[in-house]
Design a protein around this ligand. Structure first.
Ligand SMILES: Nc1ncnc2c1ncn2[C@@H]1O[C@H](COP(=O)(O)OP(=O)(O)OP(=O)(O)O)[C@@H](O)[C@H]1O
Ligand SMILES: [Mg+2]
Length: 441
């Protein structure tokens, strides 16, 4: 039987940096250092290549959460479902599919040569992991490995025992710069057989034209330095409440809207601020509405809020309005919102006042928990994501309670007012209201 002919160039042609990472001879390869450099495409191509190099190979491709893997890396791997192989057998040519089976409940791809690519989530896929326990592997790959732990990495290393002729085991990772064990291992300790290949957006000629410049304009400087310029020290001590990656994941997550509808409203005080309302049903955001601030016309906002309440059929107490600006509306004396809505007082004592200095800190850490769990969807709105990415906490020495950098401080430091972020966080906030007397706005 002569060698099969496989032409994957329609699906993937590596750019020079990806090529460099493909040709690394070391077993443990980290390819990363920035967003959009082509990490996931590289990882999928390596998975296919290792499966072809050693017929009968077994690999495990994953992220920390299976739900995230499904909306990111898996889509890139699925591009290979269209690939074919020309096999010559006793003078006869036959065209077969490269991937003969995608088992969607057991989570694996089977290739024509008997190799199998299992996939899953290192942190949330117990079924998949217990199957791995009884298995040996020839390779594994972790996308966004900075989300995973060193213990998980070490455990997977013990699986690399598959016996195949001349097999060269591979352990692969992709990452964005972050403080922690990944940086320590690949950039500082650099054990033998470990190599780090930098990946930056500017290496990737296939990105949309304004990809990098748009991010450069909107992200906080520390994130620009880390995610666009590949600086692994930039985020250290930055005290950001959210990581860019989890915000991005949440913006593409598919969630079925179920249950009650809620609305968070942040009203403009002045200047360049905007009025924003975020409407969610269950864990999915349905709409982000904005309208312009006009000092003389607070009544416009009352009309708009009333409209939204009716349009989305929202129970009044499920409407949370920033009380300071909401109060300003009341005192404008023109028109009242005669609904029993929920006012949000940022500086008020938090429900959990052991951990949080005030309600705003509690609100944002509640949102952080939901994003860490990967349970919610947020709109794929560049300004919203940039504002969320800019929210920081303070950790003064000796102070146990978490404080946030306030909106006023953020504006003073030349940042944007995080109005969209506040409206979103209020839409998701479920706190106990302590001031029923100001519920009537
Ligand atoms: N070799 C390639 N040929 C053609 N397009 C490519 C190639 N590599 C990457 N791309 C394009 O660039 C985009 C970004 O690549 P990829 O998703 O692999 O980057 P990433 O570093 O994983 O990004 P992120 O930080 O968003 O996870 C892809 O969606 C694809 O459109
Ligand atoms: Mg990726």
């Amino acid at each position: 039987m002569s060698k099969p002919v496989i032409d994957l160039s329609e699906i993937y042609k590596p750019h020079p940096r990806q090529q460099l990472a493909h040709s690394a001879v070391e077993q443990n390869v980290l390819y990363g250092g920035g967003v959009g450099g082509g990490k996931s495409w590289w990882l999928c191509a390596e998975s296919i290549q290792l499966s072809l190099d050693y017929p009968g190979n077994r690999g495990y491709l994953c992220r920390q959460k299976l739900t995230d893997f499904r909306i990111s890396t898996l889509l890139d791997l699925k591009r290979y479902l269209t690939a074919t192989v020309i096999v010559q057998d006793r003078g006869k040519q036959e065209i077969v599919e490269l991937i003969t089976q995608h088992h969607q409940t057991e989570n694996y791809f089977k290739l024509y040569n008997g190799s199998i690519i299992f996939y899953g989530g290192l942190g949330d896929d117990q079924g998949g992991l217990s199957r791995l326990k009884n298995m040996t592997l020839g390779w594994y790959g972790i996308d966004q490995i900075e989300e995973s732990t060193e213990e998980q990495w070490a455990w997977l290393q013990t699986r690399l025992r598959l016996q195949l002729p001349n097999i060269h085991y591979k352990a692969l990772g992709s990452a964005n710069p972050a403080p922690g064990w990944v940086k320590q291992k690949w950039l500082v300790d650099k054990p033998e057989d470990y190599v780090f290949i930098p990946a930056l957006p500017r290496d990737n000629p296939y990105l949309p034209k304004n990809y990098e410049s748009n991010l450069r304009k909107s992200l906080p400087v520390e994130m620009v330095s880390a995610l666009l310029d590949g600086n692994w020290d930039a985020i250290e001590g930055g005290n950001f409440v959210f990581s860019w990656q989890e915000l991005k994941d949440a913006s593409v997550r598919e969630i079925v809207p179920e249950g009650d509808v809620y609305m968070g409203v942040d009203l403009a005080w002045g200047g360049s601020d905007e009025n924003v309302a975020v409407i969610r049903q269950g864990n999915k955001v349905l709409a982000l509405e904005r309208w312009i601030y006009r000092k003389e016309d607070a009544a416009d906002s009352i009309t708009k809020i009333t409209q939204l309440i009716n349009q989305w059929n929202i129970i009044h107490k499920n409407v949370t309005i920033d009380a300071i600006s909401g109060g300003a509306l009341v005192y404008s004396g023109r028109k009242k919102l005669n609904y029993n809505v929920t006012p949000f007082v940022a500086g008020e004592t938090a429900d959990d006042d052991i951990h949080y200095s005030n309600r705003r800190a509690e609100m944002y850490f509640q949102l952080q928990k939901r994003l860490h769990e990967g349970s919610i969807h947020i709109p794929n709105d560049r300004d919203l994501i940039a504002q969320l990415a800019s929210i920081k906490y303070k950790a003064p020495q000796g102070e146990k309670k978490i404080q946030l950098v306030s909106k006023e401080e953020m504006k003073k430091e030349g940042g944007h007012s995080p109005d969209r972020a506040d409206a979103l966080a209020m839409a998701f906030y479920t706190g106990q209201i302590k001031n029923p007397q100001i519920r009537w706005l």
